[in-house]
Design a protein. Structure first.
Length: 171
């Protein structure tokens, strides 16, 4: 997929259900592969904490969506401040709070396109560091994805027995 197949747009409150739907689709995909350690099995769209989190992203002005051929939304990116549980980074940076794509939809490659947008937004803000965290599972598959996108592992952390990895990319 290339940027030519996608329309990137800023998201807002009207997109909360869409983003929750993307998270639910990703969760079903993970569960179907026996990978329930990352997000469990319950839908994000019925989790009050996750609903509030996505609503916060949607009202921040830093939620971006990728629509395939002007149709369905296939991926979402939220930028902002790092959550409290993330190890402190003294260097100025832009933090990726959410990157999700519908794994079964036509959006293969949309995550990479949205990461490029994140890099662009960081540069526009005069920042040369982009950071993200992800699940640090035994197979390190998600870490490998970000490494292929040019990120390098930084700090490891654990929140309520959930193993996480912070990655960063110097721009």
């Amino acid at each position: 997929m290339s940027a030519h197949d996608l329309t990137l747009r800023r998201g807002g409150p009207a997109d909360v259900r869409t983003v929750l739907g993307l998270l639910d689709a990703a969760n079903r995909w993970l569960a179907a592969r026996g990978r329930t350690d990352q997000w469990g099995t319950e839908p994000h769209s019925t989790n009050p904490r996750r609903m509030a989190q996505v609503t916060s992203y949607a009202t921040s002005g830093e939620l971006y969506l990728a629509d395939h051929d002007g149709g369905s939304t296939v991926a979402a990116l939220a930028l902002g401040e790092a959550p409290d549980h993330i190890p402190h980074c003294p260097a100025p940076h832009v933090y990726i709070n959410l990157l999700v794509a519908d794994p079964g939809g036509p959006g293969k490659g949309a995550g990479a396109v949205l990461l490029d947008l994140g890099r662009t937004r960081a540069r526009e803000q005069g920042v040369n560091l982009l950071r993200v965290d992800c699940y640090r599972g035994p197979d390190r598959a998600l870490i490998g994805y970000y490494e292929k996108q040019g990120f390098t592992p930084a700090e490891e952390f654990t929140v309520r027995s959930w193993p996480g990895q912070v990655l960063q990319q110097k721009l």
